[in-house]
Design a protein around this ligand. Structure first.
Ligand code: UDX
Ligand code: UDX
Length: 478
């Protein structure tokens, strides 16, 4: 029997939205394990080490408390990647795997260059056996590639590769990590592989019941992550497809969600119609799945999943177009207030946020956009807008073009100033605070007719209509 290694030292490469909170919770729940999170980005590590917990690089409810409890006890953030790898018995890889922007698989396949860099560095500095855990969402069979790189060093060090995708959702990361529906661990079916799996099971068993820890073969684990995200995104696209029909027929999409969600076979979650899903995972993972299917010559399967993304693009476009159409077919020179920029509430993450694409369409029609988000920085919003424009153009913006574009984007730290004298208000993120604004005061200060486009169906339509607003929702017929 291969002996199961008792883990007392963990390293995680990548201090992002996944690596940071996941390691903070492992450290909190396992005080006997030293956890070191490393990252190439020095600023990010400095922010994780900031004594002011408001300056942590990511915003997640409850995260600051967990970091406060474990940091400098058994949780450390460092830029010394080599040393942390060398010291650890178990290494989590949690670096980003964006969609490729060049070459073979451009716009579809996952870019594995960061993963490969990690593998090469691990191979270079390791002096004793290690268990490697893939936390990043990866294409199926990446573990095999990792294994090939790691085990070809010829220095006698043995590496076991596990796939343990993370299912936390941003905004609820800490509670998802504290009480996960399941922990998934994929490993090789050999005795050695099983022992590596047991070592990781033992880490999670410190707070997760054993029956909630699912073990599978590596490829099933890798593909389960893509499948879970594809299914979740598909639900959102399905309800969004119905929202378009609701608007034409006078039905109410929220009533439909409630009615169908009560069917226990369907279930009530992920049926909230919106301006479109965003986030770092859904689109990227589906594109990845589509690429895999095409690679294996399964065009029907590829087309089936690709439609989920097309529907999402359509939903974002529909929302922007409705604003332009309603504002008498042009928003040129008009002030549009944006409430929310993050891809969902309770996070400062903006990756693939629907707000970016809606803003882009309105900016192309030469609108002036005034943005308020409780957690996203001005710097991030400017970067998102410029990046989107560059993607569309296919080249980088020069300083004049950047200046022209950003002259029509104004960031506010106060929602009321963002809405003052606006031709229309668009709600892009479902932050709770938007529900409780003094809408009477807002009404007095906006131009009339006073339009509200609620991309999240969160404000009280009747109350706003009574004040005098003309409210447009997602999936609610007139
Ligand atoms: C990422 C992926 O997007 C997701 O698919 C996967 O499941 C987990 O990893 P996230 O943590 O949200 O998610 O990414 P990000 O916040 O960008 O963090 C990645 C970090 O890795 C960054 O801080 C980056 O600086 C760091 N990194 C990247 C390294 O330290 N080394 C590298 O070689 C590459
Ligand atoms: C997702 C998965 O939920 C998580 O398991 C995985 O680890 C990473 O990807 P995340 O992207 O952080 O998590 O957030 P999620 O709550 O899934 O929301 C994704 C997008 O869908 C958001 O833009 C959200 O606003 C939207 N959404 C979600 C809807 O529009 N309607 C819904 O009913 C649910």
């Amino acid at each position: 029997m291969t002996k199961v290694k008792k883990i007392t030292n963990i390293c995680c490469i990548g201090a992002g939205y996944v690596g940071g909170p996941t390691m903070a919770v492992i450290a909190q729940k396992c005080p006997h394990i030293k956890v070191t999170v490393v990252d190439l980005n020095e600023q990010r590590i400095a922010d994780w080490n900031d004594t002011d917990l408001n300056k942590l690089p990511i915003y997640e409810p409850g995260l600051a408390e967990v970091v406060a409890e474990a940091r400098d006890r058994n949780l450390f953030f460092s830029t010394d990647v080599g040393k942390a790898i060398d010291d650890a018995q178990m290494i989590f890889i949690s670096v980003n795997t964006p969609t490729k922007t060049y070459g073979v698989g451009k716009g579809m396949a996952a870019d594995l260059k960061f993963i490969e860099l990690c593998a090469r560095q691990i191979a270079r500095v390791s002096k004793d056996d290690k268990i490697i855990v893939e936390k990043s969402t990866l294409p199926v069979r990446t573990a095999e590639a990792l294994s090939t790189i790691l085990n070809s060093t010829g220095n006698g060090v043995n590496f076991d590769i596990l796939s343990s995708p993370e299912f936390l959702a941003e905004g609820t990361a800490i509670s998802d990590l504290h009480t996960p529906d399941r922990i998934l661990i994929g490993g090789e079916e050999t005795e050695k592989g099983q022992a590596a799996m047991e070592a990781l099971v033992a880490v999670y068993e410190n707070w997760v019941p054993r029956e909630n820890i699912v073990t599978t073969r590596v490829w099933s684990s890798e593909l389960s992550k893509l499948t879970a995200n594809a299914f979740l995104a598909q639900r959102v696209s399905s309800i969004n497809a119905m929202s378009a029909l609701c608007e034409k027929t006078g039905a109410d999409v929220d009533e439909i969600s409630r009615a169908i969600g009560a069917d226990s076979r369907i279930g009530s979650k992920f049926l909230k119609s919106s301006v479109g899903f965003g986030g770092s995972c859904f689109q990227k993972d589906i594109l990845n799945l589509v690429y895999l299917c095409r690679h294996f010559n399964l065009p029907e399967v590829a087309d089936y999943w690709e439609q989920v993304i097309k529907m999402n693009d359509y939903q974002k476009h529909r929302f922007a177009k409705n604003i332009i159409d309603t504002l008498f077919n042009t928003v040129s020179g008009k002030k549009i207030a944006f409430l929310g920029w993050a891809f969902k509430k309770d996070t400062n993450d903006t990756r693939e946020s629907a707000a970016i694409y809606v803003a882009d369409e309105l900016l192309q029609d030469r609108a002036e956009i005034h943005i308020y988000d409780p957690k996203v920085t001005e710097e991030q919003i400017f970067a998102d807008i410029c990046h989107c424009e560059e993607e569309r153009r296919g080249n980088l913006l020069n300083s004049e073009a950047t200046k022209d574009l950003l002259s029509r984007v104004i960031i506010h730290s106060d929602p009321y100033s963002a809405m003052q004298s606006a031709h229309a208000i668009a709600i892009l993120t479902e932050w709770d605070e938007f529900k409780n604004y003094d809408w009477q005061k807002v009404y007095k200060e906006v131009l009339k007719p006073a339009f509200v486009f609620d991309g999240r169906n969160i404000v009280d339509k009747d109350q706003l209509a009574e004040i005098g607003f003309e409210v447009y929702n997602i999936g609610k017929g007139k």
